[in-house]
Design a protein. Structure first.
Ligand SMILES: [Zn+2]
Length: 72
């Protein structure tokens, strides 16, 4: 699973999930395809989280943690 950073976008004032491997690029592109220049990103997760990003991160977590462990 790729690392995720929850950062506040100055464009829509929502906290989006950005893949951390994008560090050093000029634009950040969130999982929901919201793209924002780095100068508009605040490195904080305080605020209202983007629902689309939350759902996508939830899907990634569900894949990482195989649910079949409950069967044993
Ligand atoms: Zn988002």
């Amino acid at each position: 699973m790729v690392g995720i950073q929850w950062w506040l976008s100055g464009y829509d004032s929502q906290v989006h999930a950005f893949p951390s491997e994008q560090a050093g690029t000029e634009y950040g592109e969130a999982l929901c395809n919201h793209s924002v220049p780095n100068s508009k990103i605040t490195c904080t997760d305080e605020g209202r989280r983007c629902m689309a990003c939350m759902l996508m991160v939830g899907d990634m977590l569900a894949e990482e943690f195989d649910p079949t462990w409950r069967a044993s």
